[in-house]
Each structure stands twice: as structure tokens, then as C-alpha cells.
Design a protein around this ligand. Structure first.
Ligand code: SF4
Ligand code: SF4
Length: 333
């Protein structure tokens, strides 16, 4: 079975997520939109094996400033509590600083997704102080507490650079419990292959012990995320002939208790070019919110009316509902 961006299977009658939903007798519906997730582009200093947006240094797609100005306006809508900046490496967008400065005065929580190694890139030395000055919540990928798994998944030398970056962030008060500024630094774990993450709380305890003892590094919380079978991970499953087996694992692990907390219920995801989606994964598959209507540049986008627009699902959604569930904020149930 092929499962690629060009031919996403499972969005019609072959939607295995919808079948699982029907069997559970439940429906998936939007509530009020609380999170505005903005994808600043595909540019990244890394090319990780499991990247679902297929980011890398050669990618040229980046969000432009006029679009950002519109999004700062949208973020002031009364139901929005959180703005979540993602990429690629969002900091590599040339307008990243101006966007954060524009959002800062709105009183919303601002999450910045960080790959850690970007802090060690020449020209990005300003980042730790900038993060702390604006009180950003950092959500950083670190798929293991040891070098082998991290370097295999994210590239040679990434673990060592990530630890150096974590030390820099700790030195600014990030992830230090009891720090007067209380700056949050969450780490993200995703499995190194076609299996579900273990328990979030026991993995967090392991991470805390090993990173603290071996490297003197601390963090706030660990978030576990399931690999969604799209992008580079989907392509590697296809190459290895493991797609169907992984989909079966997700299907058999369907957990209806994850449904109330699925991120598509309260998130509006905006692509680098301004197109709108229910989530970052649908963005990768180009499954536009409402089939392309409403649009950010049209007069028909009303966040109060978004609940009436159905969520577009596909077989890939089984990745969010398997086991303890998965979202950009970690496990769900
Ligand atoms: S997973 Fe994150 S750090 Fe890795 S290539 Fe993708 S965007 Fe970059
Ligand atoms: S992939 Fe997106 S639309 Fe599907 S369940 Fe997950 S968050 Fe919702």
C-alpha cells in the first residue's frame, strides 16, 4: 500500500479512522478555537528521519510578513488562549522575531517549537535571551536521553548539540523548578520506529533521572508523541513494507477516550502560505479545512462559526487515537 502526500489513502470510504469511530458510536466535532498554530515554513537546519513535514536546509517555503500581520490580528480573537509557532525550525523564518514581538502584547501563551540544535547555529546566539525576554514556552524535541537513538533519528552529533542547548536554556531559568520566572521547557519524545510510545509518566521519570545524572540538565515535562504514518516516516514505512502492519497496530490500539482531547477539536492550523487546516498533519497531506473554505484572506473566516465546519479525517488520524493518544501537547488519556 502506498501512503504518500501525493496519494493520501483513507480519506474516503477507505477511511479506517472513520470506521473505528463509527464502531465506537462516537462523533468527532470541533469546539471553540483556542489554539492558533502557525507553521512558519519548511526551512530547518536538520533533516530528521521521522519529520512529518519533510523539512530541511534546502527548503525555501517560508511565511511572509503580510500574512503574519493578519495572524497577529487573528490571535487577538477572544477565544484564542495560545499561539503555537512551528515549522521547520520556526526561528529560521526571517520574520520570526517581529512575529513574536507582535504577539507578545496580546497576553496569549506563546509556544515555540524548538529543535534545540538551532541554538548552536552561527547567527542564532540571540535566541535564549529572546525566548526568556518574551516568556515563550519552549517545546523541544529530544527523542531519547542517550546519544545513539537521537543521532540515528536526527543526525550525527545532534544529541551533543541538544545537550549544549539545554544547558544554555537552563542557564536562563528554563526548565528549572522553583525558578522565580517559571520558564517552561518541555521535551518531546517520539518512538524510534513503528511502535507506540510507552507511558508518558514513567518515561518522564527516566528522562529526568538520566539527563540530570549524566548531563546535569533539567526540564519541566516530557510529552510523548506517536509517529503519524505520513511524510518521511510514512515513506520509510513504505520502503520497508511495514505500512500495513503499523496501521493495524494503530487500528487495534484505537482508544475512544482520547477523542475529547484531540487537538483538531480546538486548533486552527495555518500553513506557511496561509492555507487553513484542522491540524499540522492534515497540513502535510494538504487536506484543507472545509475543503478550502473558509480562507484566511477571505471575509468568510469567523472563528465563532468554525465549529460548524467539519473536521477532515483520514486513516492517518489513527495515530492520534492509539493507546494513550497523541497530540502536540503529548498523550491524551
Ligand atoms: S523533525 Fe523538526 S528538527 Fe527534524 S527536520 Fe523536521 S522540523 Fe526539522
Ligand atoms: S490527524 Fe489531525 S484531524 Fe486527524 S485526529 Fe489527529 S489532530 Fe485530528
Amino acid at each position: 500500500m502506498e501512503y504518500t502526500k501525493e496519494t493520501p489513502v483513507g480519506t474516503g470510504t477507505d477511511n479506517r479512522f472513520l470506521n473505528a469511530l463509527r464502531q465506537s458510536g462516537l462523533r468527532l466535532e470541533r469546539g471553540p478555537t483556542r489554539i492558533l498554530q502557525i507553521n512558519l515554513g519548511r526551512r530547518c537546519n536538520q533533516t530528521c528521519r521521522h519529520c512529518h513535514v519533510e523539512a530541511g536546509p534546502a527548503r525555501r517555503e517560508v511565511m511572509q510578513w503580510p500574512l503574519m500581520e493578519r495572524l497577529i490580528g487573528l490571535a487577538s480573537h477572544p477565544t484564542i488562549t495560545t499561539v503555537d509557532l512551528t515549522g521547520g525550525a520556526p526561528e529560521m523564518n526571517p520574520h520570526y522575531r517581529s512575529l513574536v514581538e507582535g504577539l507578545s502584547g496580546l497576553g496569549r501563551e506563546i509556544i515555540t517549537r524548538c529543535n534545540l540544535t538551532v541554538l548552536m547555529e552561527p547567527g542564532f546566539e540571540w535566541l535564549p535571551d529572546f525566548y526568556s525576554r518574551h516568556g515563550l514556552r519552549i517545546v523541544a524535541s529530544l527523542p531519547c536521553y542517550g546519544p545513539d537513538n537521537v543521532n540515528r533519528q536526527r543526525g550525527e552529533g545532534v544529541f551533543e548539540k541538544s545537550i549544549a542547548a539545554l544547558r544554555l536554556l537552563n542557564s536562563r531559568g528554563y526548565g528549572i523548578q522553583g525558578h522565580p520566572g517559571g520558564l517552561p521547557l518541555d521535551l518531546v519524545y517520539n518512538p524510534g520506529g513503528a511502535f507506540l510510545p510507552g507511558s508518558q509518566s514513567s518515561l518522564e521519570a527516566d528522562y529526568r533521572e538520566r539527563l540530570g545524572t549524566d548531563h546535569g540538565v533539567s526540564f519541566s515535562s516530557l510529552l510523548t508523541i506517536t509517529n503519524i504514518p505520513i511524510g518521511r516516516f510514512g515513506a520509510s514505512l513504505n520502503r520497508a513494507g511495514g505500512m500495513e502492519e503499523y496501521l493495524r497496530l494503530l487500528e487495534h490500539s484505537f482508544n475512544p477516550e482520547t477523542l475529547p482531547a484531540l487537538m483538531c477539536r480546538d486548533t486552527l492550523s495555518v500553513g506557511w502560505d496561509g492555507r487553513l487546516y484542522d491540524c499540522d498533519f492534515n497540513q502535510m497531506l494538504e487536506l484543507e479545512l472545509g475543503g478550502g473554505k473558509p480562507r484566511l484572506d477571505g471575509s468568510d473566516l469567523d472563528l465563532n462559526q468554525l465549529a460548524a465546519v467539519g473536521i477532515r479525517t483520514g486513516t492517518h488520524c489513527l495515530g492520534c487515537t492509539a493507546g494513550a493518544g497523541s497530540s502536540c501537547g503529548g498523550s491524551l488519556a
